[in-house]
Design a protein around this ligand. Structure first.
Ligand code: AMP
Length: 389
């Protein structure tokens, strides 16, 4: 069921609470914002609401203060940056996120609440705290896709105390692309999974196998599958306790599932380590990237796809030259002309470092949330929003 969007709701002269994701990196000591990407990502929703005449309350978490006030994790630098980005708009930093001291914004103004996670009740989804957050709120909007897989007071609990609840523009876009890619994809629809751990992605794999035409697996995850086929894996990262599960997945997947046919191996896990390309991993060596033959096979499938879902790097892409497979896959995805949805911080970094981010249809802002969505799990922060009439 489609969710109500901010565009469906009358915002004029209303007190509108937007749960944003302002979890920005701050330099220790100076509290300088080292990347304002997340603030900028929320601007379309904020500007839209202001244009509609809303009085805005913005709320976010930042870091992991573990339920205690921590001056190193204040949102004050975000209020300052937001005021710079929205020149002419009054932005007031609130002393806390609940209580009588929270200033009341006038229409066209913004009050930014202090870090939600200064209160342990936020992550506990405490009803009394949730009700306090909702005090005076006439419209609730969630634009923080990256936290939608968590049932917290600001993402779920407070909604029952708000007259109406919908998705912000960023959330809308996430739901649109991820929904399109999973519910009625243009075919062939393929999924590419990589990264370190099979255990994190088992459910995703089973669900992807239900609707994707091919599933390409690279990264360290692939070695658990090679082991399940009794192929040599040397010193590569293998999750021994997941080998049986991998065997079952291989049996159900048949030839839908593609694994690497060659590997870049090295004796040690280090940037620039002496390496070679092999088809059979020798004793004492570890696979750190997919090899050129695999890149060619994967690229051919990617090139013919009409929908591509990608999550996780094909190798240890932080340590060149073991980034080559991931970069090649990023370029193949970008060049395919398919609808492409990339999730997870590592894949995002990979498409950026390959210089192709602008050719990806949608780079998801939520790693964990997009994986859960792909697993077929309903995100609590989305489920809690009102359905479109
Ligand atoms: P994940 O968080 O599960 O998406 O895993 C991402 C991490 O997997 C990255 O830090 C990669 O360096 C790592 N990774 C990918 N391929 C390999 C590999 N072949 N061996 C060890 N680590 C890998």
């Amino acid at each position: 069921m489609a969710k109500l969007s901010i565009r469906d709701i009358d915002l004029k002269n209303k007190v509108v609470f937007i749960r944003v994701d302002f979890n920005v990196p701050l330099a220790p000591g100076t509290l300088e914002i080292t990347s304002d990407k997340r603030i900028k990502a929320s601007l379309p929703t904020i500007k839209y609401a202001l244009e509609q005449g809303a009085a805005l309350i913005l709320a976010s978490h930042l870091g992991r203060p573990k339920g205690k006030r921590n001056p190193d994790m204040t949102l004050a630098p975000v209020a300052k940056r937001l005021a710079e980005l929205l020149a002419g708009v009054k932005v007031t930093m609130a002393p806390d996120c609940i209580g009588a001291d929270i200033p009341k914004p006038a229409p066209g103004e913004i009050v930014l609440l202090e870090n939600l996670r200064f209160h342990a009740e936020e992550e506990k989804n405490d009803p009394a705290f949730a009700q306090q957050l909702a005090t005076g709120v006439e419209v609730y909007i969630n634009d923080a896709f990256g936290t939608a897989h968590r049932a917290h007071a600001s993402t779920v609990g407070m909604i029952q105390f708000c007259p109406v609840a919908g998705a912000g523009l960023l959330m809308d876009k996430e739901l649109e692309y991820l929904g399109k890619a999973t519910s009625n994809p243009e075919r062939p629809c393929i999924a590419i999974l990589g990264g370190a751990k099979v255990s994190d992605k088992i459910e995703v794999i089973s669900n992807l196998l239900k609707f994707a035409d091919r599933l390409l697996i690279g990264g360290a995850m692939a070695y658990t599958f090679l082991k399940a086929q009794s192929l040599p894996t040397g010193k590569s990262l293998v999750e021994e306790d997941k080998v049986d599960l991998a065997r079952q997945l291989l049996a159900t997947a048949g030839d839908k599932l593609m694994l690497p046919v060659d590997h870049v191996v090295a004796a040690e896990f280090a940037a620039g380590a002496p390496n070679e390309v092999v088809e059979t991993i020798p004793e004492g060596m570890m696979g750190l990237d997919i090899g050129p033959k695999t890149v060619a096979e994967f690229s051919a499938v990617i090139g013919a796809a009409k929908t591509i879902i990608w999550n996780g790097p094909m190798g240890v892409f932080e340590k060149p030259p073991f980034d080559a497979g991931t970069v090649a896959v990023a370029k193949a995805v970008a060049g395919s002309g398919a609808i492409s949805v990339v999730g997870g911080g590592d894949s995002e970094k990979a498409v950026k470092s390959a210089g192709v981010a602008d050719k990806i249809s949608h780079v998801s802002t939520g790693g964990g949330a997009s994986l859960e969505f792909l697993s077929g799990i309903e995100l609590p922060g989305v489920a809690a929003l009102n359905d479109k009439k």
